[in-house]
Design a protein around this ligand. Sequence first.
Ligand code: KIV
Length: 271
Amino acid sequence: MSIHKTVKRVTTHVLHEMKERGEKIAMLTAYDFSLARIIDAAGIDVILVGDSASNVMAGHETTLPITLDQMIYHASSVVRGTERALVIVDLPFGSYQGNSKEALASTIRIMKESGAHGVKMEGGEEVIESVRRILTAGVPVMGHLGLTPQSIYKFGTYTVRATEEQEAEKLITDALALQEAGCFALVLEKIPSALAGRVAQEVKIPVIGIGAGPQVDGQVLVLHDMLGINKEFSPRFLRRYENLYDSIFSAVTSYTSDVKRSDFPSASESY
Ligand code: KIV
């Protein structure tokens, strides 16, 4: 029997065991109570309260504007909707890069005010001290390498990362350093499949990919993208499991028309 079906609450230890047994980890983002409740009941292993909330919830072009207070608001809503999944929260841009004390202070706020189970932060070598300091407070940390959207203005584009040997070697060194510092898992975003597979083999901690191919220990997608709420964003790695844009559009046009024709509410829908 797969362990993800037997556990009452997914923990970082459960994820490690899943990697050891070759059982894939399914992770999705969520930002609110109602959708978190559905994906938790449907058996998702990990919910990421991603700073992609800045794009999909607030309509910003990048992940940079979202604040720590806003992340805590989203995270506490998700935690209230969750019984089984491990809930991890992104440390937003500007809340951890200053120094490791700032990183720990932001993490403590997230943990105290949202009830989440851990944090994620982008970067390699440059965040190692913060990872270590956060771990001294007993908080699990997930790393994030490859395409790191908080650095978009440094990279200039959202294209595939680490296609050149030098960047690939740096990514492997960073992955090993994050493991050594104590990260319980890593996200690898938009890098070549073979490189992601190599990292997943070289580290003992679970590696979760997004646009990183199948040779990793699990996958993550942005919930609104895989549900097809957003029509414009169509990267190669995205599989759409629903077309909610059209479903919602159609429901709202029907409702509007029913209201205007005085067809809603009917007698049986009235008191
Ligand atoms: O913020 C986010 O949604 C993420 C995932 C893409 C991994 O970091």
